[in-house]
Design a protein around this ligand. Structure first.
Ligand code: HEM
Length: 387
C-alpha cells in the first residue's frame, strides 16, 4: 500500500472522530455528516483548511460544483454524447455549449481562489503542508500551468468527496437490511479491539470482516455503477467483436459485479471474501480482502489515484461506526417498523441510496462518553486548529 496514503492516516483518525461525534448528536443528518467527513478530509490534505459543519460558504460552492459534475459527466446527459457531430454547432445554436462554458468558468474560478489562498499563505510564511502547496513549490518540475495545477488538486477534491460518502451510505443501508452482518462485525471488533479503545488503523490486519464488508458494499452497490467511459486509442477486438479506434467503452461495473465470479450476486454477502468455498476467497486474511485490483476503482492508467485513501477511510469508518452504534430499522409512533427500500438510488455518474429513515443509537453510555472525550482531545491536538 502506498506510503503517501499512510501519512494521511492521522487526518482520517481525526475526521472520523468528528464523524462519530456528529452521528451521536444528530444521526438523522447522516448524509451531511458523511459528506462533511469526506470533503473535510480532502480539504485538509488538498488545501490545508478545515471543514467543521459543511455549511461554510466555500464548501457549499465546491459541493455544488461536485454535484454538477456528477450530473453533467453522466453518460448520455447531453445529446452531444450520442451525436458528437453536434460539437460543430456554434455556441449560439448549442445551449449545451453555453451551459458547460458557464459551469467551467464557475469551477475554474473556485479552483483559482483556493490556489490563490495557498499562494498568499506561502508568501506570509503561514501555509501548512498540503497538495496545493506541494504543486506551487514544485510547479516548474511538474511542467504544468497554474490553472492546470489548480485543476489537478481541485478534481482530486471533486472525485474524492462524493464517492467516499456515497459508499458509506450504501454501507448504512446494508446494515439496516442485514443485522446478522452487523452482529458479526461487532463481535469481531469487540474481540479484537476490546472495551477500552476506539478502532484504529493498527487493528485493521485483525479485522477481516470489516474489510470484507467494505469490499462487499462496493461490489453490491458500486459507486460509479455505469463505469467511467474510456475512448479506444487504437483498434481492438473483444470476444471476436471488432472495435475501431475512437469507440467509447463503458466498463459497466454493475454488470461486472454480477458476473459468475459472484454466486447469488444480488445478495449482500461479505462471506464471499472470507470463506474458502467462494471463488473470490483469498488468503491470508490478515491481508485479504483488500480493494486493490478491484473493478470498483476502474482500470489501467486512469485507475482511481485516490483508492489507497478511500480504502483507509472506508475501513476505518466501518470499524468505528460498528464499534460505536447499533443501526436498525426505525419504528413509527405506533411501534411499526418503517420500511426501507432495498434499492432506491439516485441516478447519475455516482449513485447513492436516496435518503432513508433508520435508527442509529450509541451501543452504550460508555462508548458515547469515549467518543466525546476523543473529540475533545482531537480538537486540542488538531494541527490545523483555528483554520
Ligand atoms: C469509494 C471511493 C471511491 C471510488 C469508488 C472511486 C472510484 C473511481 C473510479 C471508478 C474512477 C475512474 C477510473 C477509470 O477511469 O477507469 C476514479 C477516478 C478518479 N478518482 Fe476515485 N474513487 C473513490 C475515491 C477517490 C478519492 C478519495 C480520491 C482523491 C483523493 C479520488 C480521486 C480520483 C481521481 C482524481 C480520478 C480521475 C483519475 C484520472 O482520470 O486519471 N477517488 N475513481
Amino acid at each position: 500500500m502506498s506510503s503517501a496514503a499512510t501519512s494521511y492516516q492521522p487526518v482520517q483518525v481525526l475526521e472520523s472522530t468528528r464523524l462519530l461525534y456528529d452521528f451521536l448528536r444528530t444521526p438523522a443528518e447522516y448524509e451531511n455528516h458523511l459528506e462533511r467527513y469526506s470533503s473535510g478530509l480532502i480539504f485538509r490534505l488538498g488545501f490545508g483548511k478545515t471543514i467543521k459543519t459543511g455549511n461554510e460558504e466555500l464548501v457549499r460552492r465546491i459541493m455544488h460544483v461536485v454535484h454538477t459534475v456528477e450530473r453533467v459527466a453522466s453518460p448520455g446527459a447531453y445529446l452531444v454524447d450520442t451525436f458528437p457531430t453536434l460539437m460543430c454547432l456554434p455556441a449560439w445554436l448549442a445551449p449545451f455549449k453555453q451551459e458547460l462554458g458557464r459551469l467551467h468558468k464557475e469551477e475554474l474560478g473556485l479552483f483559482r481562489q483556493l490556489q490563490d489562498d495557498v499562494r498568499q499563505e506561502m508568501k506570509d510564511g503561514k501555509a501548512p503542508q498540503c497538495w496545493e502547496r506541494t504543486f506551487l513549490e514544485d510547479q516548474a518540475e511538474y511542467g504544468l500551468s497554474s490553472d492546470e495545477g489548480a485543476y489537478v488538486v481541485g478534481t482530486l477534491f471533486e472525485a474524492g468527496a462524493g464517492t467516499t460518502a456515497a459508499a458509506m451510505m450504501s454501507f448504512l443501508l446494508a446494515m439496516v437490511h442485514h443485522p446478522v452482518w452487523q452482529a458479526r462485525l461487532q463481535h469481531e471488533i469487540d474481540t479484537v479491539v476490546g472495551p477500552q479503545s476506539i478502532p484504529g488503523f493498527n487493528h485493521m490486519p485483525s479485522l477481516p470482516t470489516v474489510r470484507a464488508v467494505v469490499k462487499e458494499t462496493l461490489r453490491w452497490r458500486p459507486v460509479t455503477a455505469g463505469g467511467v467511459p474510456h475512448q479506444l486509442v487504437k483498434d481492438d477486438v473483444y470476444n471476436g467483436l471488432f472495435l475501431p479506434a475512437g469507440t467509447n467503452i463503458h466498463a459497466n461495473q454493475w454488470a461486472i459485479h454480477r458476473d459468475n465470479l459472484y454466486p447469488d450476486p444480488e445478495t449482500f454477502n461479505p462471506a464471499r471474501w472470507l470463506e474458502p468455498r467462494y471463488p473470490t476467497y483469498r488468503e491470508p486474511l490478515t491481508t485479504y480482502p483488500t480493494i486493490q485490483n478491484f473493478s470498483a476503482f476502474g482500470f489501467g492508467r486512469r485507475i482511481c489515484p485516490g483508492m489507497n485513501i478511500a480504502e483507509r477511510s472506508l475501513n476505518l469508518l466501518v470499524a468505528r461506526i460498528a464499534w460505536a452504534f447499533n443501526i436498525s430499522k426505525a419504528r413509527d409512533e405506533r411501534g411499526r417498523e418503517i420500511a426501507v427500500p432495498l434499492y432506491d438510488y439516485t441516478s447519475g455518474f455516482n449513485v447513492q441510496p436516496k435518503r432513508f429513515t433508520f435508527d442509529m443509537k450509541a451501543r452504550s453510555e460508555d462508548k458515547a462518553r469515549m467518543v466525546e472525550r476523543a473529540m475533545r482531545e482531537a480538537e486540542t491536538e488538531d494541527p490545523l486548529a483555528g483554520r
